[in-house]
Design a protein around this ligand. Structure first.
Ligand SMILES: *[C@@H]1O[C@H](CO)[C@@H](O)[C@H](O)[C@H]1NC(C)=O
Ligand SMILES: *[C@@H]1O[C@H](CO)[C@@H](O)[C@H](O)[C@H]1NC(C)=O
Ligand SMILES: *[C@@H]1O[C@H](CO)[C@@H](O)[C@H](O)[C@H]1NC(C)=O
Ligand SMILES: *[C@@H]1O[C@H](CO)[C@@H](O)[C@H](O)[C@H]1NC(C)=O
Ligand SMILES: *[C@@H]1O[C@H](CO)[C@@H](O)[C@H](O)[C@H]1NC(C)=O
Ligand SMILES: *[C@@H]1O[C@H](CO)[C@@H](O)[C@H](O)[C@H]1NC(C)=O
Ligand SMILES: *[C@@H]1O[C@H](CO)[C@@H](O)[C@H](O)[C@H]1NC(C)=O
Ligand SMILES: *[C@@H]1O[C@H](CO)[C@@H](O)[C@H](O)[C@H]1NC(C)=O
Ligand SMILES: *[C@@H]1O[C@H](CO)[C@@H](O)[C@H](O)[C@H]1NC(C)=O
Ligand SMILES: *[C@@H]1O[C@H](CO)[C@@H](O)[C@H](O)[C@H]1NC(C)=O
Ligand SMILES: *[C@@H]1O[C@H](CO)[C@@H](O)[C@H](O)[C@H]1NC(C)=O
Ligand SMILES: *[C@@H]1O[C@H](CO)[C@@H](O)[C@H](O)[C@H]1NC(C)=O
Length: 413
């Protein structure tokens, strides 16, 4: 445990979609001897910025080195509103400001500050500004003297960026030094435990979804060499609550390659590819290496979507997947459609796919390992060919036997 003014920081280990396990941080604002704001939360930021190669998108977790900034944070005792400002890295910060009325307190604003000069997070940025974005409505509200609890991921649009909070317990205007045992639970947590997903009962069969176009994506190292190659058509099969229809609907959404920007990172045992379409859809892939089996595999998929018909922006994903398993030094290929279940209500369909997340040399795919479906598909012409060859052989043998018999016949006459 590390302390800031006697405040504990890192606490739990939590897994957030697409980022693997990141730590929940505990942040505390004190004045005199008492605590007025306390938050335990995991967070990550999806930030799009301009790089020399075009727009890029990165996902930045709130690291466990995050500290409360004692000067900017306040309990609001001298007038003004209480606020928590947490800083990390060179000039990055997350701020929450609160207000209350008689019976409720709420987060009024969420502020995100990021420093584009930090090349470890924003490689290749064509600006070195410190950018501050503020969101107006956050949707965090709880009864006074209760802890706001939301385990589900909550995505908040902050300017053009997205902040995703999860595994959150927080309280402001605290009567004591610890979080109140009484809790106000967010709607998403209630929905996930209570409300069953109501699926559409279509009167007319839905139109056959079209096949998505194949996109070609790559990720480069800082030195400019390509370290990750992918070509694939992608189709999301995703359920969400439709505002216009006031119910959960299942949407089939094809990614359009020429509206999609890609970015990512390559490390020795982890590689990520992040695709962003129209700033409304962010799809992240994480590939990992299993050094025991000498294979790489797709270990995580995460999605954040803020579509016009959504009541709130939605995040979904899973970090314990094991798909597209391939020997290191090879690429994985699957021309046939494949459906990859991610979580209930979310699967990803891939078409004409080939990926290589590690050991890419000379900007080209290495020898491919084909999926079983492709192999089965290739087996059909082989079986048909073999059957035809067999048939020809039978006819030939029958002909030869027939000729021999008739030859023998002539001799007996
Ligand atoms: C903090 O607590 C100590 C001992 O409990 C007390 O002596 C001190 O006056 C308190 N300070 C404030 C600002 O309340
Ligand atoms: C990127 O650059 C374009 C054109 O210069 C500008 O319109 C856009 O606002 C910039 N985006 C960001 C995130 O700075
Ligand atoms: C920054 O990037 C955007 C988009 O990539 C580009 O339009 C703009 O001209 C760039 N600005 C500078 C100062 O390089
Ligand atoms: C932004 O990052 C750069 C490089 O890490 C650093 O020199 C600078 O002080 C940072 N700016 C702020 C406001 O912290
Ligand atoms: C406090 O705010 C909540 C929601 O914002 C509202 O429902 C409630 O009536 C308000 N209470 C008072 C006393 O204003
Ligand atoms: C919070 O947002 C409201 C409405 O957008 C604005 O009036 C207020 O100044 C903001 N407060 C802070 C601390 O940014
Ligand atoms: C909250 O708790 C404090 C201290 O226990 C108490 O004085 C106050 O009346 C409570 N407020 C509400 C709205 O329950
Ligand atoms: C580029 O960087 C990667 C790792 O960061 C390294 O493996 C590769 O050899 C480098 N390529 C060149 C041309 O420097
Ligand atoms: C989408 O998912 C639903 C529910 O899992 C499934 O019934 C449906 O066949 C899927 N559609 C496509 C096109 O993948
Ligand atoms: C949405 O549906 C729920 C229950 O199905 C109903 O209680 C609510 O009034 C509906 N809201 C709107 C705006 O139609
Ligand atoms: C994207 O591709 C489609 C089909 O190839 C084309 O109709 C459309 O004009 C393209 N859009 C852009 C912005 O290039
Ligand atoms: C790595 O592969 C080995 C052997 O196939 C397997 O037993 C192990 O569970 C795998 N580890 C992970 C983290 O997938």
């Amino acid at each position: 445990m590390r302390y800031f003014q006697g405040c504990g920081t890192l606490l739990l280990l939590v897994c957030v979609a697409g980022l693997g396990c990141i730590q929940a941080v505990t942040l505390e604002v004190r004045e005199g001897n008492s605590t007025c704001i306390k938050a335990e939360v995991s967070a990550f930021f999806s930030i799009t910025y301009n790089a020399s190669s075009g727009a890029r998108s990165v996902q930045v977790p709130l690291p466990n080195t995050t500290r409360v900034d004692a000067i900017s944070s306040t309990c609001g005792t001298g007038g003004g509103l209480p606020g928590l400002v947490a800083t990390f890295g060179p000039g990055h910060a997350l701020g929450l400001s609160f207000s209350r009325n008689g019976s409720f307190y709420s987060v009024d604003n969420l502020t995100l500050q990021y420093n584009l000069s930090d090349t470890s997070i924003f490689p290749d940025a064509n600006s070195s500004d410190v950018v501050t974005v503020v969101s107006a409505s956050v949707g965090i509200r709880a009864a006074i003297n209760t802890t706001y609890r939301c385990v589900s991921a909550t995505s908040v649009a902050v300017g053009a960026q997205v902040v995703t909070l999860s595994d959150m317990r927080l309280q402001a205007y605290m009567p004591g030094d610890d979080l109140s045992p009484a809790e106000t639970t967010c709607a998403a947590d209630q929905a996930s435990t209570v409300a069953p997903i109501t699926t559409q009962t279509p009167s007319t069969p839905p139109p056959e979804p079209s096949t998505p176009e194949q996109g070609v994506y790559s990720v480069r190292n800082l030195n400019g060499t390509v370290c990750f190659l992918a070509q694939m058509g992608l189709q999301l099969n995703f359920s969400y609550v439709s505002q216009s229809q006031n119910k959960t609907i299942q949407e089939i959404f094809n990614l359009t390659p020429n509206l999609t920007s890609s970015s990512g990172s390559c490390e020795a045992s982890r590689a990520t590819l992040v695709l962003v379409q129209d700033r409304t859809t962010t799809l992240g892939f994480t590939f990992s290496v299993n050094s025991t089996s000498n294979k790489f595999y797709l270990s995580a998929i995460n999605l954040s979507a803020d579509w016009p018909d959504m009541t709130v922006p939605v995040s979904a994903g899973s970090t314990d997947l094991d798909y597209l398993r391939t020997t290191l030094g090879r690429s994985y290929k699957c021309n046939m459609e494949q459906s990859l279940p991610v979580q209930p209500g979310f699967s990803l369909n891939t078409f004409r796919l080939q990926v290589q997340a590690f050991n890419v040399t000379t900007n080209q795919f290495a020898t491919a390992e084909e999926c079983q479906m492709d192999q089965d598909q290739m087996l059909i012409p082989i079986i048909v060919g073999a059957a035809l060859a067999g048939l020809v052989l039978i006819v030939l043998v029958a002909y030869l036997i027939g000729r021999k018999r008739s030859h023998a016949g002539y001799q007996t006459i």
